[in-house]
Design a protein around this ligand. Structure first.
Ligand SMILES: NC(=O)c1ccc[n+]([C@@H]2O[C@H](COP(=O)([O-])OP(=O)(O)OC[C@H]3O[C@@H](n4cnc5c(N)ncnc54)[C@H](O)[C@@H]3O)[C@@H](O)[C@H]2O)c1
Length: 330
């Protein structure tokens, strides 16, 4: 039994914290959402997910120092909040325990994967891991079977991911390519926006299959540029996650794209969803990486043009298809 310090209490955070607790570990949950901590403390569950039966193995704390004293830390905040959480850990005495990252994204400005942000703050020698795969929170809450990758250069941390998360309906596989696994989770959110957008424009399954396949190629190009193993894109944390996010209206990124395709503005689509849309944040980071590495990434650039250059959706979509057709073969 491990004592787990868990950071973040959103949809995915509470799902994972509960999964770990149901596996018999003691979870101490920390969050900036005081109302969520108070509700769980009073035994009323998570205010946004009252149907989720929380394990008695979960307790809460608003003291970060207490979290850092646990045997292992698991993180699940937004990509934009990730650096500030790592900095708080550093200011509170530093990282002395294994650290598993479950958020998905590329930091704006630095172009760093969240794993690389953690390395830049804590040092590369630290025991850092990452968990990613086709894991829509709602389906995991309802115990639909799925799988994810526990990735780390350290076999000990890979195994720790299995110990914490693996269960009959959530199978965990090990991989050493932490950058490839982190990259897949970040990029699929951008491609999912394109897939949702195509449905919003009235296009069918052929179009989504095209976007998923070409999106996978774009993921592979970035993986290679980042020094990851491009074949990781063909696994659960690449194509696996891309398929589920690229076809499912349970995905916020897909739904966001769908609303854009239907004519909503970026702001109104975000308001309608009412929660973080990671693909919006990461499309800017990925676009900048494409420029830095001189890569042809038409889908990523098309989504960036819509979200950050106010390009009309239909014009951008037509352009990205043409550019994709003219792309240099990989
Ligand atoms: N929802 C899913 O199905 C799912 C599945 C797999 C992975 N993810 C990834 O997990 C991450 C979190 O997603 P979510 O669905 O839980 O999002 P959410 O919006 O429901 O929750 C985000 C959490 O981040 C916290 N947060 C934001 N900024 C913070 C900061 N500066 N300091 C401390 N905490 C901060 C919020 O308080 C909240 O607890 C994202 O990167 C997402 O891509 C989500």
């Amino acid at each position: 039994m491990k004592r787990v310090g868990f950071l973040g209490s959103g949809a995915w955070g509470i799902t994972l914290a509960n999964l770990i607790a149901q596996n018999g570990h003691k979870v101490l949950l920390w969050s900036i959402e005081e109302d969520v901590l108070a509700s769980i403390k009073k035994g009323r569950g998570h205010p946004k997910f009252p149907h989720l039966n929380l394990s008695p193995n979960i307790s809460v704390s608003s003291e970060l120092k207490e979290i850092l004293e646990q045997d292992v830390l698991v993180e699940c905040v937004t990509a934009s909040g990730f650096r500030s959480v790592c900095e708080k850990i550093q200011e509170s005495g530093g990282l002395k325990k294994p650290f598993i990252i479950t958020s998905k994204g590329i930091e704006q400005g630095s172009g760093l994967l969240l794993v690389e942000v953690a390395y830049s703050i804590f040092g590369k020698s630290q025991e850092i891991g990452c968990l990613s795969g086709p894991t829509l929170a709602k389906e995991v809450m309802e115990s639909h079977p799925t799988g994810a990758i526990s990735a780390s250069p350290s076999p000990v941390v890979q195994e720790l991911g299995v110990l914490l998360f693996d269960s009959p309906n959530f199978r965990v596989f090990k991989d050493k390519d932490i950058l490839g696994v982190a990259l897949g989770g970040a990029i699929k959110n951008v491609i999912a926006i394109a897939c949702g957008l195509s449905e919003g424009l009235g296009y069918g399954f052929n179009t989504r299959a095209l976007l998923i396949t070409k999106g996978l190629e774009e993921m592979g190009k970035l993986a290679k540029a980042k020094g990851a193993n491009p074949t990781t894109s063909f696994g659960l944390a690449g194509i696996g996650d891309l398929i589920v996010t690229g076809v499912s209206n349970l995905s916020r990124n897909y739904t966001f794209g769908h609303l854009l395709g239907k004519g909503h503005s970026k702001e109104s689509a975000k308001k309608e969803i009412g929660a973080v849309v990671e693909g919006e944040y990461t499309s800017l980071s990925a676009h900048n990486l494409a420029k830095d590495y001189n890569l042809e990434l038409p889908i990523i650039n098309g989504i960036y043009d819509i979200l950050y250059n106010n390009e009309p959706v239909k014009t951008a979509f037509t352009k990205l298809l043409l550019e994709e057709a003219n792309c240099t073969a990989t």
